[in-house]
Each structure stands twice: as C-alpha cells, then as structure tokens.
Design a protein around this ligand. Sequence first.
Ligand code: ZN
Length: 309
Amino acid sequence: MLPRRLARAIWIVPLAVPGMVDPSPASAEVRIFACEPEWAAVSTEVGGEAVSVYAATHGRQDPHYIRLRPSLIDQMRRADVLFCSGAGLEGAWLPVILQRGAPQSLQHGQPGHLIASEHVRLLNPPSRVDRSPGHVHAEGNPHVQLLPENIDFMATELARRLVAIDPDNTETYRRQLSAFQERWRAATAGWLERSSRLAGMSVVAYHEAWAYLYEWTGIKQAATIERLPGVPPTIGHLQKVLELARSAGAHAILRAPYEPTEGMEWVSDRAGIPIVELPFTVGGLEGVDNLFDLFDVTLARLEEVHDQY
Ligand SMILES: [Zn+2]
C-alpha cells in the first residue's frame, strides 16, 4: 500500500490546517476480495468505511463450483486483501484466478492473503478412505463459518492484516473490531443457551456442510445424501440413508439453498420428515443480511423443526 500512503503524505503536508478534513481520495480504501459472503460480511464489520468489499459468490451459489468470469479476475487484480475459506473449497476456481495476474500482495505468506482454514481447527480431517475421485473435502471440512468462535477468530485476524496493510487506520480497525466482538460475544452466549435444547437432535444433510454447526449445538447427523462430499447419491445409497434416518429417528433433512432436492425428496417422502432450508451463509435466505441474522435464522429454523417433531 506504499503508493497510497505516499499519496496521502503528499496531500497532508499542504493541507494540515486545524479542522480541515483529510481529503483522502476514494481509492484510499483497502479493497477486499472475499470468496464467500460470510467473509465479505466479516470484512464489512471490521473494515467499515475504510474498506471496499467484493464478494466473489453470493449466498445462493455453491462456492465449490463457480463459473470464471472476467470480472472476477479484474476484481482480484485490484484487490489488497484476499479473504477465503480455503481447505480446497475454492480449489476449482481460485488457483486459476490467482495465476492470472493476481498481485504479489495477495500471494501466500503476504498479509493480504487471508485463508480461514489456516487459522481455525478443521473438522472431518481427511482419512485414506476419503481420497476418492470427486471428493471435495480431501483437506478437511472447509465450511467453517457456522461456528461462532471461528467468525470471532477471523475478525481478529482480518483486523491484524488490515493494520499491517493500512497502518494509518489502525485506530479505526481496532475500534470496529472491538465493537463487533462485544456484540458478537453477547449474541454467541445467547445462541449457546438456545442451542442446548437442540443437543442430540438427529438430522440428515445433503452435503457435509454443517459439521461446525453440529459442533456447538450437539445436533447429530445420521447420514448424508451425497455418498461423499461432492459425490452424488445412487439409489442404493439413498436406501441406506433412509434406513439410517429411520433408525436414528431423524427430525429433518437440512438443505443449503443451492443444493439439489431430488435425493432429499426421495428420503423425505419415505421417512416422513421435512426438508428444512437453512441459510448456510449471509444472503442464503431472504432476511439474512448479516452474520447475526445468519445464526439467528439458523437456530430459529432448527428450533421449529425440533418442536414440531
Ligand atoms: Zn463442501
């Protein structure tokens, strides 16, 4: 960010008049390229007006598979910070854009290269058995956003990176981080309290998408419709899922907004359990506009299922 700091220093000298507002040009914002909406939301909370945020995917899109668009490459070239889940989640598209002219400041080892899976504990660590063709979680489960403390960790880490990249705004980042954390920790305490009655509830999922949600709610997964993450079901596998759902007394089938419904409907009809759509990320369902909504709505939908069982 040297050019920006230089530019600002040049401006400040002649304009350092008491009461005069620092005329930082709009381009002085730190540009954050977030691979998923949850990291865009963390960026907005911590960066506020000092950053501009671009989200490469929206809440109704499967982040494993997106179409490469020229605008993605263009946004990446202009970014100061890359903020993604990692652990292979973006393996089908991110390396390609990184190779097509991403600046040095976004490369691994730089403060501008921020990958959540390198900072939080990964669930579902890979085993030898898991290394099957088409398996998309071979590095562990990358869907880390549904554990409240992971959001907290990543907000802290992002603030550290922003301070390193844009030291002029250190106080702003610290203030915004601490305001966010105060609200987030209060909300987390409330979610944990609410979640206690969900402990032991059994569900079926389409994809191994909810491991971090199960971690703090105590919800148990009886089976996944996919044979392995990224590998679609066969009829034989669906039969097995149905048996597992019945014997576990599954309450519902959890669905992220972009997941196909055929296999879920097959099991839902036979097991007599509903398909419940959860937002999965910010923007996944209508009214889920920020990280707080994401957890509030997720819990509310699970509570509803639990109480109707
Ligand atoms: Zn996945």
